[in-house]
Design a protein around this ligand. Structure first.
Ligand SMILES: Cc1cc2nc3c(=O)[nH]c(=O)nc-3n(C[C@H](O)[C@H](O)[C@H](O)COP(=O)(O)OP(=O)(O)OC[C@H]3O[C@@H](n4cnc5c(N)ncnc54)[C@H](O)[C@@H]3O)c2cc1C
Length: 342
């Protein structure tokens, strides 16, 4: 009979040999086979775990092109890129993707599976965690070690440091909390491998997608955001913000508070905050936004915050680096004219 100590040592070493520590990153493909920027932030978080990284790309086509783009980010020690390409992944429905991901996990026994805090990964990873009977860890802002992470709770008002004892750690990564991975520096020898990926999904069906066409950068990657609130009063007045953004081509875009979105002044995907997007641009200009905690949760990590508000007691001024008390309908046209002259 084994003593309890020997048994426990045996069990640990069996687990170790079965489960060589390695990380899987759920890489995201966007329109035209391009790599989603959030994948690069996720790779940086994954690299901090200091173990080999494999990536998986789901898509209907051009996964090979996305993989070749991904291969350039050699500073992160990517060993293998798995391609799960199938026409059945249209719309990248969680119900189609998760069983394939589960299959990949069963074959490879990753200890960590990471994705960006995007709509896609936020749909897939908690499902995978439930199927693996582990607790998902959402929206981390720091990797402390292989089982401890930081994340915000209470709409960004407290930082939680958590330790997970789960054998597989399923994590989403807040993109704005990690630098994007850089090109070069490593071998660039990541192996590309196709995986068997025929989705079998009779639970849901992709019908259509409405995409806001815009020449401006994505909110998550814009360096400057002009964000409007309820005070803009109409959809037409949002043009004041677009005029400003257009003075910084390729760098600036427009965001909004939930009150502005709910009032129909702009599209839902411009919403910034707890229930919208989390951004951290170099410059965030809050225009006619009061600064409710749910809004601040989405932009307080911006490098420089400017507030324009006619109420000097508005809470937004408490977090603004620069504040201007005034009527936006006077200030914005003046600001636009002055910037045009620069
Ligand atoms: C569960 C939950 C989740 C939420 N999630 C989000 C979220 O993700 N994002 C979000 O933004 N909100 C969210 N909210 C809503 C949030 O609580 C606020 O209601 C919302 O942010 C207010 O938007 P606002 O600042 O545009 O409007 P208001 O609070 O009405 O502020 C308008 C501001 O404009 C100023 N103003 C008025 N006229 C002018 C003028 N002419 N010139 C200059 N300034 C002027 C006023 O002084 C005021 O400060 C959430 C709420 C809940 C309960």
């Amino acid at each position: 009979m084994y003593s309890r100590q020997i048994l426990s040592r045996l069990t640990t070493s069996t687990i170790r040999s079965r489960c060589f520590a390695s990380t899987l990153v759920l890489a995201e493909q966007i329109e035209g086979g391009k790599l989603a920027p959030v994948t690069l932030n996720t790779l940086t978080a994954a690299a901090q775990l200091k173990q080999d990284i494999d990536c998986v790309i789901f898509g209907t086509e051009k996964t090979n092109e996305t993989a070749n783009e991904l291969k350039k980010f050699t500073n992160c020690n990517i060993k293998k890129i798995l391609l799960a390409e199938n026409a059945g992944f249209k719309g990248l429905l969680s119900e189609s993707v998760t069983p394939i991901l589960l299959d990949i996990q069963k074959k490879n026994n990753y200890t960590h599976i990471l994705g960006g805090s995007s709509t896609f990964a936020k749909g897939v990873l908690p499902r995978l965690a439930a199927l693996l009977d582990v607790q998902p860890i959402s929206d981390i802002t720091a990797v402390i070690d292989k089982s401890q992470y930081s994340r915000f709770i209470y709409a960004g008002n407290a930082i939680l440091k958590l330790k997970s004892n789960d054998p597989v750690q399923i994590i989403t990564v807040r993109g704005t909390a990690f630098e994007a991975a850089k090109q070069g520096g490593g071998s660039g020898e990541a192996q590309i491998e196709k995986v068997n990926s025929t989705p079998n999904n009779d639970l849901s069906e992709f019908v259509s997608r409405q995409v806001q066409q815009s020449e401006r950068p994505e909110l998550a990657s814009a360096r400057i955001i002009f964000s409007g609130g309820r005070a803009l009063k109409s959809k037409e007045n949002f043009k004041l913000l677009y005029d400003l953004a257009d003075l910084f081509p390729g760098q600036a875009t427009v965001g909004a508070s939930r009150a502005a979105v709910d009032a129909g002044y702009c599209a839902n995907d411009l919403q910034i905050g707890q229930t919208g997007k989390i951004v951290a641009p170099d410059l965030y200009v809050a225009i006619g936004i009061s600064g409710a905690i749910q809004h601040i949760a989405g932009m307080k990590d911006s490098k420089v915050i400017v507030a324009i508000n006619k109420d000097a007691d508005s809470p937004i001024f408490a977090i603004a680096d620069y504040g201007l008390t005034g009527d936006l309908f006077k200030v914005l046209p003046e600001l636009t004219e002055k910037l045009k002259k620069k």
